[in-house]
Design a protein around this ligand. Sequence first.
Ligand code: NIG
Ligand code: FE
Length: 411
Amino acid sequence: MKTLFINIKQLLQVYEQNPSIISGLNMNTVPSIQNAYLLIEDDKIVQYGSMDSNLPNADKIIDVHGKTIFPSWCDSHTHIVFAATREEEFLMKIEGKSYEEIAAAGGGILNSARKVEAATEEELFISASNRLHQLIRLGTGSIEIKSGYGLSTNAELKMLRVIKKLKAHFPIPIKATFLGAHAYPAIYKENKEAYIQLIIDEMLPRIHQEQLADYVDVFCEEGFFSTVDTARILTAAATYGLAPKIHANQLNVSGGVQVGVAHQAISVDHLECMDEAAIQSLKGSNTIATLLPSCSFYLGIPFAPARALMQENIPVALASDYNPGSTPSGNMNFLFSLACIKLKMKPMEALNAMTINGAHAMQVADSVGSITVGKKANFIITKEIPSITYAAYSFGENCIENVYINGSQII
Ligand code: NIG
Ligand code: FE
């Protein structure tokens, strides 16, 4: 079945060949066609061009008169499998407690871990499915999901099995990341070495056996996992073929960026606290800098130095970090605004960071992230807005009219 979309005001992110990662200031370019058509067949993009050219035949024609089409958001960092929200911590935060103080008072990651421990796989699957349905309706067309609220072999495996089930039930590309090294469980508080051994000797082999993860992650941060711990875990994970995507430099200049780069991380994520050495280590590496401004916004911590990174020709991706503690939102449309307003990224830079670069940050760019023949027909049709810049500028406004996933209209 061929469907032809005509009178597209602007068709954005159009590439004849699947583009490689877009770095630094090149991110300000988004190839586009004004007054365009787009032809899809079943679940794939098959042709596009200017309305001034000969239009191809189709079984169905949809006139989108004056609306813009661009690829679905690619969200390369989330924690959407969790058992309960944490509004009680929101209140503590309003009263002035820091993220670290809330964690020390029994909140934080360990709070979520207790709830995941008590939840069944089915319960976790249902709540994560509800979140994912909502995200797709907000324009997310590919996603990475982490474990990390299990913190025991059984609970980590339970979370990863939920992600495996999400992969089987949802029509979008999903990647699974093992984040056993998210926090030390209470029973290992006095024996952190034993928990690292558990990750290396028990969790990783089991995960490998069941083929439950695509990547490994570590929360490399003062008070959590040191650079030495991180290096050990990444080295062990590499023997099972798991490439790193790690949490680095969120709360401190932790050395996490350098460890990630040294272990050929696909991405190092957060980067709110950077120094010159951390920036320089990314330069010339294949590691993507993934920034999570919704987390900075919610926690009230510094925003990552996006401009300094781009100035050094480093590829930047943007992701939501959706989780119950530091970022209770996976709305990529709001993230688009935040990236422009708070990271001082230009709208086209942010668009690249949230589409093609996000796709590269979870290695799904062969099927999503741009309007390219052969890729999945996963795209967003905006309302009749003056420009794509308007969508970032009018923060909080819903500018999405339709969402298509694999050629099917979702909304
Ligand atoms: O990415 N920083 C570590 N992990 C999450 C927060 C987890 C939580 O508070 O539940 C993050 O911000
Ligand atoms: Fe995170």
